[in-house]
Design a protein around this ligand. Structure first.
Ligand SMILES: Nc1ncnc2c1ncn2[C@@H]1O[C@H](COP(=O)(O)OP(=O)(O)OP(=O)(O)O)[C@@H](O)[C@H]1O
Length: 801
């Protein structure tokens, strides 16, 4: 082979000296970069001080300019300080490019080599070397010292492969800590070439950075993969933002990692458009906690909202789980029909509470927002009595019902129909008063009518009646009303069966919300509508009151800043929505997320084989509705970077049962460690014979000894609390989690407890089991109970060939 590839053999000392020399080459470059960064930090500090001085000059223009300058310098300084750790991680050595043109980052733009860059005898010279890092750094003469990983010039670092190398001859990953380079790992993209750099043959060190990264112990937080993004992943990360980017791939193919890096890429591409406007929806708070450190490590702190699907509605936080049967009823399209009926029905229900109890959280509208929510009436009034023009007028129950039905026949949100209902009441009272026949002159008649209306609407009894008869409903109030089985039964007639009604009503009576309740609240918010905010009144000047001037003064307009702050707080729509684990969303959740991305571009990542939702067709319909007719660009990720082949092979058996005909991603490495099977109940057990608790605890302790990082114990949802007790005192490297909570997470080692229990938990149980079996990066133990019918080797029924 032409290039000087070093092997770990008898040539060890030669190898070490070449490696040391290459490390010192990179150290020199890193030193240069740090010197330049320090200069830039001084520049930023100088700018800030200078700007502060300029503030004392005091003209409005100078002040505005100062503010902008201080802001820019502050952001810059902050980034430089934060990126100081480990920001240089890659290098590519390139052949001469085709056209010789340079891009804005100072690098040549051509992807393909110039003709003649490779000589007929397969020798070539390195014409350009680029270092890749978390941010770009230009030298004082504008030559690129470091290229931002998201810049076009950095793409070949990720895209180049031996099959399609482009200009790249050698791709190097640099490992550093603080200011010290610790190691380098090279991949040769053109192994057939003898390439020279500065008159020397190009050395190649190590056997690839990817394997080194994959072998590292896992902690409770995800790491970025910026130094080892693979070509098929890079295509997704850099896909144009237009329309919908749709990514499928099996467990461990990097979908979550890719989604996070894509957010950072989009911000880099068009910061103005996306800053603050990217939403990442994650299935669980555990996955949010696991992933939320990745974007800051890519230099994108606070720009992207990562929210669990149960925390998408402000003021509502899901803390409870529903049983599979209840989840199916609450999450399906059928619930939409029930909610529409409930929202209208809650108005006319005797005794229905009209507003949320003060102790429960508020949705986006409520007392806090200045909208008056009337106190809950004891019952819905059945008669209206008022006095107008000295006459007693009265509307009876039947008439009131007719008016309500008439008002509700509109399609507008229920709360927005209140003015219409009020108008219909006044019409009925006016008709009763006979006032319409008193004047033939239309002008006089109109005047009479308006003073009639004024007379009635200023009466306290009328206002109290309206508040009780047509209260402003909050989503919480309607949900509370649905906890009454009888009422729910009425609203869900022919939609839910009696068993479902009973179970749903009971679940809504609990203290707290489930992830499905949150989607129902959001839907109710849309069905009920938000009544117009009363405009804030200016505080009255006592002098105004004396002179009556206040009536002539315009209401003060919101300042631009106030408006910007309010909009940011109220943000419910985003410019780009990234959905992780999209296969799990129910139709109601798709509707909730869809409302946040009505005008957005989307990235949707998921794996149908891991879906815990029982009706994939219904969910697909809801997804298509949320994404609309936007064109989709589809990608498939094919390589499993998480599980060693031994574990992937076992999981594939469950995949065959769960989704016959689908293919597993291919595992990129093998560890030689086979999954272990332990039983609790029979004489053939290899280890323990007594209870599950002791078995799992013993196995967890064993695995903690064998791996440096984390151990996850996955149990059926109803065993979660119990499993936490089994592990008490073993330390924080080991955690117990329910099958549905394991989604997206990974551990060095996992224990999957009773596959049969997990599979029987729900209609999608086999797919949930597939998720559980694919969480380990190194070792997997399966603990069986009686239900698993283990064979003599402890292998449970579901995992046998
Ligand atoms: N290019 C890469 N370089 C290094 N590590 C990688 C790379 N791609 C993925 N990984 C690692 O593989 C693991 C799996 O990635 P990730 O969680 O994003 O996969 P996923 O497709 O979302 O999996 P699942 O569907 O099971 O949730 C993570 O530890 C991730 O850091």
């Amino acid at each position: 082979m032409a290039a000087q590839v070093q092997q770990e053999t008898a040539l060890g000392s030669v190898h070490d000296s070449v490696r040391d020399r290459e490390i010192s080459v990179e150290q020199e470059h890193l030193d240069r970069v740090y010197r330049r960064l320090e200069e830039k930090i001084h520049e930023a500090e100088f700018l800030m001080n200078d700007a502060a001085k300029r503030g004392q000059v005091g003209t409005p223009g100078a002040l505005a300019e100062r503010d902008a300058q201080v802001f820019r310098a502050g952001v810059h300084l902050n980034r430089l300080n934060n990126e100081f750790e480990d920001f240089l991680f890659g290098r590519i050595d390139l052949l001469l490019g085709k056209d010789g043109k340079k891009g804005p980052d100072g690098a040549y733009t051509a992807v393909e080599p110039a003709e003649g860059a490779v000589r007929p005898d397969n020798t070539a010279d390195i014409a350009e070397t680029l270092h890749i890092g978390r941010i770009g750094v230009l030298d004082a003469d504008y030559s690129p010292l470091v290229i931002d990983w998201r810049a076009p010039a950095a793409a070949p670092f990720y895209r180049s492969t031996p099959v399609d190398p482009g200009r790249v001859v050698r791709r190097r990953v640099i490992r550093s800590k603080g200011r010290r380079v610790l190691g380098v790992e090279d991949d040769l993209m053109r192994p057939e070439l003898t390439a020279h750099i500065d008159g020397r043959e190009l050395p190649v060190i190590g056997d690839g950075a990817l394997m080194a990264a994959l072998g590292q112990a896992r902690s409770h937080t995800m790491r970025d993969i910026v130094a080892s993004i693979q070509a098929e992943q890079d295509l997704v990360i850099r896909a144009p933002a237009a329309s919908v980017t749709y990514v499928e791939g099996g467990p461990g193919t990097g979908k979550t990692a890719v989604a996070l890096h894509r957010a950072a890429y989009l911000l880099y591409q068009d910061r103005r458009r996306y800053a603050g406007g990217i939403l990442i929806v994650s299935p669980t708070p555990l996955l949010v906690a696991y992933t939320e450190g990745v974007l800051p490590s890519l230099g994108e702190e606070g720009q992207v909202a990562i929210r669990a699907v149960g925390s998408l509605v402000d003021g509502a936080e899901a803390t409870l789980y529903d049983s599979p049967a209840v989840a199916r009823a609450k999450g399906s399209y059928r619930m939409l029909k029930v909610l529409r009926k409930a929202a209208r029905g809650a108005l006319e229900t005797p005794g229905a509470p009209a507003s949320a109890p003060a102790s429960t959280g508020q949705l986006a509208f409520g007392d806090d927002d200045g909208v008056q929510t009337p106190a809950a009436p004891a019952f819905t009034p059945t008669r209206l009595r008022v006095v107008a023009f000295g006459r007693r007028l009265e509307l009876e129950a039947a008439e009131l019902d007719r008016i309500r039905r008439n008002a509700l026949s509109g399609t507008a949100p229920v709360n927005l129909l209140r003015p219409r209902a009020r108008k219909l009441l006044l019409d009925a009272l006016w008709a009763q008063s006979g006032g319409g026949s008193r004047h033939t002159d239309p002008e006089l008649a109109a005047e009479l009518r308006s003073s009639f209306d004024e007379d009635i609407t200023s009466e306290d009894s009328f206002i109290a009646f309206l508040d009780a008869w047509w209260p402003v409903l909050t989503p919480r109030a309607v949900l509370n009303a649905m906890a009454d089985e009888k009422r729910l039964g009425r609203w869900a007639r022919r939609i839910l069966n009696p068993g479902e009604v009973r179970r749903v009503a009971r679940s809504l009576g609990r203290d707290g919300l489930s992830v499905h309740d949150v989607a129902m609240l959001d839907e109710l918010q849309a069905i009920l509508g938000v009544p117009a905010r009363p405009r804030k009144k200016r505080d009255l000047d006592p002098l105004d009151q004396l002179t009556g001037l206040e009536e002539l003064m315009p209401v003060r307009e919101e300042s631009q800043r106030e408006r910007a702050e309010r909009l940011a707080q109220e943000r419910t729509e985003y410019a780009h929505v990234i959905v992780d684990e999209a296969q799990d969303l129910t139709p109601m959740q798709w509707r909730m997320i869809g409302r946040r991305g009505r005008h957005a571009t989307w990235t949707v990542v998921g794996d149908p084989a891991q879906s815990s939702w029982s009706d994939p067709d219904e969910a697909a319909e809801a997804r298509d509705e949320a994404l609309g007719t936007r064109p989709r660009r589809r990608f498939t990720l094919t390589v499993n970077y998480r599980n060693p082949a031994e574990i992937a092979e076992l999981a594939a058996k469950v995949l065959t049962l769960a989704m016959p005909g689908s293919t597993s991603p291919s595992a990129v490495r093998s560890t030689g460690v086979e999954p272990r099977f332990v039983t609790t109940n029979n004489g053939h057990s290899t280890v323990v014979r007594d209870g599950l608790a002791k078995t799992v605890r013993g196995e967890a302790a064993r695995l903690l000894d064998r791996v440096d990082g984390t151990v996850g114990v996955v149990v059926a949802m109803n065993r979660r609390a119990e499993a936490a007790r089994w592990l008490a005192g073993l330390g924080d490297r080991v955690v117990a989690l329910g099958s549905l909570e394991a989604k997206g997470l990974e551990y060095d080692a996992t224990i999957v407890v009773s596959p049969a229990e997990i599979a029987d938990e729900s209609p999608a149980g086999l797919r949930v089991l597939y998720v559980a079996l694919t969480r380990a990066t190194q070792q997997l133990t399966v603990v069986s109970s009686d239900r698993d019918e283990p064979d003599v080797n402890g292998v449970p029924d579901l995992l046998r060939d």
